[in-house]
Design a protein. Structure first.
Length: 399
């Protein structure tokens, strides 16, 4: 058993499962360790008050804890504190960039590059803005053999204004070389935005080294609470951006016919935001840091390679991707609907994802409507993968 599983109470919960749960849907959300769960009670029992708005000690303590989380996030990715904006999730972070930054610099006829592997969160906001402005969108394709970007150099030569891509595909698990792509994008005068939701849980991220202009991710995919997203942006860009949400706390002054805003990052955090969960997120980062992100990266790499090897033993399986170190594999089994596979697995207490994975553009590229997906994290181990393969083999023999 993974040495970390004991820290996660859901694996001792027998409400839905008669025996041990094998949870393999970590790309969707991760489970929470007891220390993170405890932090909710700790905050609400001892420190709960609205942040910034009070001069009394309880509010000052809550504000201090909230700003500590901002510093912890900044330190975790090698950024400055005022380059960290808290949002609800990765999706909101991308939408904020699109509606504030991209809207201000794009004009009719400009080019935005996305990729064929993007999550809907990094496609739909661009499609909405495209209807308003009339810029062009082109998609970076993948090679049918390597599943890596194939025509990116050709498209970059067309001088795009913005390149917005994922770091790790939530379908294939393939990692893109962001540092190299950022270098090429900048040489061609483009801004680069990176969806890091699937990479940051188990890979060391240094935004300065990557030289990305924006990097976005969610707390709930890295042992943290739901409802907390992070937008990193280089300060020069954040300072230029205008807020798209107005209300309390983000303002300096309001008159009948005019208003002025606070500086970055506060001008983007309007109203009473999800400060309690944001404070709890700091405990998730502490848990990860105590293990060591390099140790997590090696653990996921080793288990990922084992997973790929074992999956290939299942009769009739087709894996949509190659061996990777991200722990994400999507697959189909001949003649069996992905939803049926997931339902059969659930009877064996194995939880996986089945569907289009919010990546219908990639599904169309693969000429499928849905796939099964397994995704691993630190509380998984080889025995989980063995149970998965045994169950898949049993299912494949039924048809």
């Amino acid at each position: 058993m993974s040495r970390y599983k004991k820290d996660f109470p859901i694996f001792q919960n027998t409400k839905f499962y008669s025996k041990d749960l094998v949870y393999l849907d970590n790309s969707a959300t991760t489970q929470k360790p007891q220390v993170v769960i405890n932090e909710f009670s700790q905050f609400y029992e001892n420190s709960n008050a609205n942040i910034y708005r009070g001069v009394y000690r309880l509010s000052e303590e809550a504000t201090s804890l909230y700003e500590k989380s901002r510093k912890d996030v900044a330190d975790f990715i090698g950024a400055k504190e005022n380059e960290i904006v808290f949002t609800k999730n990765t999706t909101e972070s991308i939408n904020l960039i699109v509606l504030s930054f991209a809207r201000s610099i794009l004009k009719k006829g400009d080019l935005v590059l996305l990729s064929i592997v993007e999550h809907h969160s990094n496609i739909v906001p661009w499609l909405i803005l495209q209807k308003e402005i009339g810029f062009k969108i082109k998609y970076i394709d993948i090679d049918d053999t390597s599943f890596e970007f194939s025509n990116i150099d050709l498209l970059l030569s067309e001088n795009p204004k913005i390149v917005s891509i994922t770091h790790v595909s939530n379908v294939t698990g393939i990692e893109n070389n962001i540092k190299e792509i950022a270098n090429k994008a900048h040489r061609n005068g483009a801004i680069i935005i990176v969806d890091g939701a699937q990479s940051i849980p188990h890979k060391k991220i240094d935004v300065v080294d990557l030289d990305c202009d924006f990097f976005v991710f969610s707390a709930h995919k890295m042992l943290g609470p739901t409802g907390v997203g992070v937008l990193f942006g280089k300060q020069k860009f954040l300072d230029e951006m205008q807020p798209i949400f107005g209300g309390g706390e983000m303002i300096l002054s309001v008159e009948q016919n005019n208003c002025s805003f606070k500086s970055t990052p506060y001008k983007f955090e309007a109203g009473t935001i999800n400060f309690a969960d944001t404070i709890v997120f700091s405990k998730s980062l502490e848990y990860i840091s105590n293990i060591g992100i390099s140790k997590i990266e090696k653990y996921i790499k080793d288990l990922s390679l084992y997973t790929y090897k074992r999956l290939q033993e299942v009769d009739g399986i087709k894996i949509y991707g190659l061996e990777n170190t991200s722990g994400i594999y999507s697959f189909s089994i001949k003649k069996i609907h992905p939803h049926d596979i997931a339902s059969f697995l659930d009877e064996d207490n194995i939880a996986i994802r089945a569907g289009h994975h919010c990546a219908q553009v990639l599904m169309e590229r693969f000429e499928v409507y849905a796939l099964c997906r397994v995704s691993i994290y630190i509380y998984n181990d080889k025995s989980d993968i063995d149970k998965l393969v045994d169950s898949l083999s049993k299912i494949s023999r039924l048809f």
